[in-house]
Design a protein around this ligand. Sequence first.
Ligand SMILES: NC(=O)C1=CN([C@@H]2O[C@H](COP(=O)(O)OP(=O)(O)OC[C@H]3O[C@@H](n4cnc5c(N)ncnc54)[C@H](OP(=O)(O)O)[C@@H]3O)[C@@H](O)[C@H]2O)C=CC1
Ligand SMILES: O=C(O)[C@@H]1CCC=N1
Length: 264
Amino acid sequence: MKIGFIGCGNMAQAMIKGIVEAKWIQNEDILVSNRTSKKLEKIKDLYGVSTTTDNCVVAKNSDILVLSVKPKIYSLIIEEIRDVVKADTLIVSIAPGITLHQLETQFIQTHKIVRCMPNTPAMVNEGCTAYVMNANCDNTNQQIIEKLLSCFGIAASVDESLMDAVTGLSGSSPAFVYMFIEALADGAVHEGMPREMAYQFAAQTVLGSAKLVLASGNHPGICKDQVCSPAGTTIEGVRTLEADGFRSSVMEAVIAASRKSKGE
Ligand SMILES: NC(=O)C1=CN([C@@H]2O[C@H](COP(=O)(O)OP(=O)(O)OC[C@H]3O[C@@H](n4cnc5c(N)ncnc54)[C@H](OP(=O)(O)O)[C@@H]3O)[C@@H](O)[C@H]2O)C=CC1
Ligand SMILES: O=C(O)[C@@H]1CCC=N1
């Protein structure tokens, strides 16, 4: 089996790293194309994958074909490759806001199409991907797509109506989390902590807190209450976060990203 990527940017590189490390298929059976060659040279040097600047070479030879370019050039890319994609190739879209129906109408043949929303923590095997398949896909296709997505984290099948919310949450919120880590560190730097130490402590604290929510199965509020001693230090911080609209602000960010994905 050959897996192709058209576009070798941040998200494709994260997915390729996971597939290579999972040792699912031979590295040379990962085919990657990109507009320019610099990223291709880097990824070929790193993993020995097959690279080209000709998108049609990848499209023609792939059993699974991931369209990993920006949404605004999806139509252009589909127009470029649609005559050469094999009828039984499983097409994987990772673009926000582009529906299965839109994808089906842009291809000439009746293809098996999967709409996914991955995220960049795939780079460290901690990705979180939701997917929905079109009606042409069968159980075998689902097993293959689960296997692919599990190479770099967890995968969950969702109703297509949820894909925009997924984009706002797991797709986009890594950026919000990095802003949170930066802000936590800045607070500690303000109080005199060296910057490198502040980033390490902030990131480890976010990692550990997330692991505790997942491992305990507790409501996040219970985990929060376990940190807040009566009349202690933490509740002082909680008070200022509430006064500054922290939770509302985070909710608004997820809603804004979801709405953008919906095209609103
Ligand atoms: N980044 C993220 O966190 C996530 C991204 N996505 C989605 O993944 C997709 C890719 O995003 P991302 O990786 O971040 O974007 P990048 O900008 O990092 O990568 C896009 C790549 O597409 C290449 N490209 C541009 N035009 C062409 C072309 N005509 N033919 C072949 N390759 C081309 C670019 O090449 P060049 O460098 O030469 O311009 C670039 O390497 C998008 O649809 C995005 O919405 C989904 C989930 C999360
Ligand atoms: O910002 C974006 O549009 C993409 C989709 C989700 C994450 N990055």
